[in-house]
Ligand binder design. Sequence first.
Ligand code: SF4
Length: 491
Amino acid sequence: MTIIFSNHTIKYEIESTVKLFIPAIRFSFLYDERNCDGDLVMTRVKTGKSFTYLYVYVRIGDRIKRMAYHIPNEKVKADKNLCEYNLCRLVYLCLSEITELTPQWGMLTGIRPVKKVIDLIEKGFSKNELFAELKNKFFVSDEKLELAYKIAKIQMPLIKTNDYKTVSLYVSIPFCPTRCSYCSFVSHSIESAKNLIPDYIKYLCIELEKLGEDVRELGLRIDTIYIGGGTPTSIEAEDLQRIMECISKNFDILSVREYNVEAGRADTITFEKLKVIKDMGATRISVNPQTLNDEVLKVIGRKHTSEQTLNAYIMARDLGFDNINMDLIAGLPTETVDSFKNTLDKVILLSPESVTIHTLTLKRSSSLYLERENHFDNPVSQMIEYGMKNLMENGYNPYYLYRQKNTVENLENTGYAKNGKESFYNIFIMDETQTILGAGCSASTKLVYSNGKITRVHNYKFPYEYINRFDELMKKKSTETKEWRDFIATI
Ligand code: SF4
């Protein structure tokens, strides 16, 4: 498909709107109007004497739709986003008619719809006004508005507990036993990365020590800790212990409200590792089945069975973990609605404290992307609906939600939790109201200022780069965090 941007630069937003209907496709872009074959979205802006004229022409196969709109020039001058919004709106309406699709999140393309709802509530919108605004302006369905509103109401009192000196710590262990077919993370197979692990841990611990010094110097309080990856439990129990001991030595873990370890894949979870995690003070772990259908597990490249997941879960319970999350993915290849339902029903019987349902994402860097056409008719919305209904009927409330690009049907990822078991870390990372200090390769540090400004500082993506350029990274990090450290020193 070709997208033409004629006489304007609203590229990113138009492309995102087209992707709502035509995901996971490489587009060609043209910046002037020319004849071209094949599917086409042509967008044009023309400024006249008194009006700015917007024009959209869409051709898919033998179906064609044109739409136009004009706005007084003084309004365009007063509101820079007016052209952008209305051009996207025309593209949305044309594509919706041609494809006969009605995206449930309408033309909202951002990854944080709940944040939008919270912003409107804080501006004084009533529930009805807020629903009218998002329905009329962005065509969001009632069902998704209810979901986002419910989550906003759960999150708002928890977000209020933040102050700028309260921060979270993210620690990255970027290794996995094998790569799942849908994975787009920078994770490295434990076999190929084995030699790097001792050095990786050495430098990770140096970075944690430095962060610990900063935390003490600036008078910060660590609120939550998240050890993620990759799969943190893919390293040996003693390596995990070294990292967690380093965390205990450098941070006051007794004042931490939530200490997460993403145990993740069942093929990496052992009694020794769970014991280390428990003894070192973690309060919440994830044991992620993704699916309890063994055939699907094979297809996605996971080298474990559903029975191993169940055993890992029982082992964690026996060790006394009282806050366990389980992640599922709706829309995995070869998964049917019935097999998804079967997984969810079994998970509910296990009664973990929280369940997160992700929608399959077709990211370019995943091997599954190559078979993307096979997933366009995926019955994922039925799975998402079943998950929401049944989890809510069984005492789980939706408490955080985010969207990713290129998810099947543009649906969302939602975390559900029993009362009082919502993960603060998950809420804060999505709401962006708390600073997150990142350590390890591919970790990012998110620095939040009182005026709403957010700065991101990224560590190098690959372990060998992290190890070999560690000093350079620490200098870069120190320079890029200086402004925030100066801001904190004034509080
Ligand atoms: S376990 Fe997670 S991070 Fe690791 S390969 Fe699978 S999807 Fe990627």
